[in-house]
Ligand binder design. Structure first.
Ligand code: NAI
Length: 332
């Protein structure tokens, strides 16, 4: 069986080829994103394998269906980039990797927080220049701080476990609170209360039409002055123009993001010789209290192995009709 594999990076090929030995699928790797510009070229394959920035809107799904595609296999957890209703209409099975090392994302979130809070990125450069001064590197303790968490699913929980270890208080909001966390001292409150109380605020909910621009001018104004905001979830949770304003007024004390609402035009590529046309990311990169990584939080050995393993297993099970429709991997 053939798989058309989009947005391929060299490391994808290494992990998928290694784990495909037992499945023996024919995988055609393409570097390009899957989107309206290319969907018509997908032919003679029942399966497409896609990642976070491939755009599978209703038009793309119709084209894929007309060309015989029966399975869309997401090799990620989030699925905001696929029109699930359209896939259902065309009878296309959509699967994803619901959990691959939530610790990978949680640990990256903490790495960003510690880097920013203790100014490790500045210290690293300084010491290399033989500048051993501490001026400007003052940090603050995490112990005793109130950490607000929006979304306490797999990644949110892993993040909370680490932050409890630092001695932080956790105020959380989720549309489905988790009692096991309450037993560990996590307080569930409204999202408004989380925003008001947090010294550090971390987003771990999926992007949905309801929470698009969850962080905007109004909600920023609710936050404590100097709040540290972390987003390793999805870029669309934050209104970039409003966050720039919040940074300029110093309402936002620091911003650490691994995701960006216009990231599909930038991330996963080397643009070091290009003129970046996106003025918002350029403005963000100019702040001394903004740390950006390019959708890297998932990027560990363990996570890549699990992604390849589960994606290929999903495809094998669907194509042999052995997949349980209630499996957390299945979206349609
Ligand atoms: P999950 O499904 O285990 O947890 C998400 C939680 O968010 C659930 O408990 C759900 O009830 C809650 N939720 C949904 N809508 C909400 C809302 N409006 N307000 C508050 N809570 C809400 O998902 P998981 O595995 O924890 O992943 C979370 C997100 O992390 C993914 O949707 C994805 O966008 C992002 N992610 C980012 C990665 C990266 O490399 N930066 C890698 C993997 C996931």
């Amino acid at each position: 069986m053939k798989i058309a594999f989009f947005s391929t990076q060299p490391y994808d090929k290494i992990f998928f080829d290694r784990l495909n030995v037992s499945h023996r699928f024919t995988i055609d790797y393409y570097e390009t994103h899957l989107g309206p510009h290319i969907a018509h070229t997908v032919k003679n394959t029942e399966t497409v394998c896609v990642f976070v920035n491939d755009k599978l809107n209703a038009e793309v799904i119709e084209t894929l269906s007309n060309n015989g595609v029966k399975i869309i296999a997401l090799r990620c957890a989030g699925f905001n980039n696929v029109d699930i209703e359209a896939a259902k209409r065309y009878g296309i099975k959509v699967c994803r990797v619901p959990a691959y090392s939530p610790e990978a994302v949680a640990e990256h979130t903490v790495a960003m927080l510690l880097t920013m809070n203790r100014k490790i990125h500045k210290a690293y450069n300084r010491v290399r220049e033989q500048n051993f001064s501490l001026n400007g590197l003052l940090g603050s303790n995490l112990a005793g701080k109130t950490v607000g968490v929006i979304g306490t699913g797999k990644i949110g929980k892993a993040f909370i476990r680490i932050m409890l270890g630092f001695g932080c208080k956790i105020w959380a909001h989720d549309i489905y609170p988790d009692n096991s966390l309450t037993e560990q001292g996590v307080q569930y409150v409204s999202s408004e209360q989380v925003l008001k109380e947090a010294d550090i605020l971390s987003l771990h909910c999926p992007l949905t039409p309801e929470n698009h621009y969850l962080i905007n001018r109004q909600t920023i104004n609710l936050m404590k002055t100097g709040v540290v905001l972390l987003n390793t979830s999805r870029g669309g949770l934050i209104n970039t123009v409003d966050i720039i304003e919040g940074l300029k007024t110093k309402q936002i004390g620091a911003l650490c993001i691994d995701v960006y609402e216009q990231e599909e035009k930038l991330f996963f590529r080397d643009l070091s010789s290009n003129i970046i046309q996106d003025d918002n990311i350029q403005r963000l990169m100019s702040f001394p209290n903004v740390l950006i990584t390019a959708h890297q939080a998932f990027f560990t050995e363990e996570a890549l192995k699990e992604i390849a393993e589960i994606t290929l297993e999903n495809i094998a099970k669907i194509s042999t009709e052995q997949m349980d429709d209630n499996s957390p991997s299945m979206l349609t």
